[in-house]
Design a protein around this ligand. Structure first.
Ligand code: HEM
Length: 210
């Protein structure tokens, strides 16, 4: 293979790769590894310093406008634990979803819960932001990344169209206008401050209008 072909292939790979980078939320001060999309969508995760036996992490998810933002905690849309959230006036509506087929995913129930962090959950003139402790979210059935992963691929999906029933966390949604996957460095996502951040979370919610 010619050197030029090798170089071109390498550059193409770099350009194609979507990668999370460090991001600190201005209000909560929590530092995440976060993927940001040109539409204003973002998805960040923060993990405890010691991954051994850990099941919990902090998620921040948000976007611009009145559409929805979603995440796959395993990477693909199907057979993965999904997080789905959207703004409703000045509050956020969120739920866990799961599906084995392409289509509006139904609400998922399980031991996992969302514990909202108030100082990381807000709307401003340009963005909405929802931050929560995803409690018992690391599953061992392949529907999420696992505690000892040093890197993982998470899925992102967003739509500029608001769900049909904005006040109902179980609302169906129309298909994403953008979707894909991004690589997250979970070692960099670990922080000794996680334990403090976790204490900011309120009571657990599964499918909720915050
Ligand atoms: C009516 C609703 C939905 C439909 C019809 C749908 C359909 C699809 C289809 C067909 C794909 C494959 C790529 C493509 O052909 O576009 C896909 C990918 C994806 N979807 Fe959805 N989807 C829906 C809702 C959602 C929701 C609510 C989430 C997250 C909360 C989500 C997350 C993803 C992700 C992360 C991918 C990329 C990874 C993959 O291909 O599996 N989807 N979806």
């Amino acid at each position: 293979m010619k050197l030029s072909t090798l170089l071109f292939g390498g550059i193409a790979t770099l350009v194609g790769a979507q990668t999370a980078t460090a991001y600190t939320d201005a209000k909560s001060g929590i530092t995440f590894q976060a993927y940001q999309h040109t539409t204003g969508y973002f998805l960040g995760v923060a993990l405890p310093e010691d991954p051994t036996g850990n099941t919990d992490f902090i998620v921040t998810i948000g976007g611009k406008g009145s559409g929805w933002s979603g995440a796959s905690l395993a990477g693909p849309m199907k057979n993965a634990l999904l997080v789905l959230a959207w703004p409703n006036n000045n509050s956020i509506v969120s739920s866990f979803r799961k599906t084995n087929q392409y289509g509006s995913p139904p609400v998922a129930t399980g031991t996992f819960t969302q514990l909202p962090i108030a100082n990381g959950t807000y709307t401003n003139t340009t963005h909405w932001t929802y931050t929560f402790v995803c409690s018992k979210c690391i599953q061992s059935d392949g529907t999420t990344f696992v505690a000892n992963d040093n890197t993982t691929v998470l899925g992102y999906a967003l739509s500029s169209t608001a769900p049909s029933q904005k006040g109902n966390a179980a609302s169906s949604v129309s298909k994403h206008t953008s979707q894909g996957q991004a690589t997250f460095d979970l070692v960099k996502a670990r922080s000794r401050d996680f334990a403090t951040w976790k204490t900011w979370a309120a009571a657990p919610k599964v499918a909720n209008a915050l």
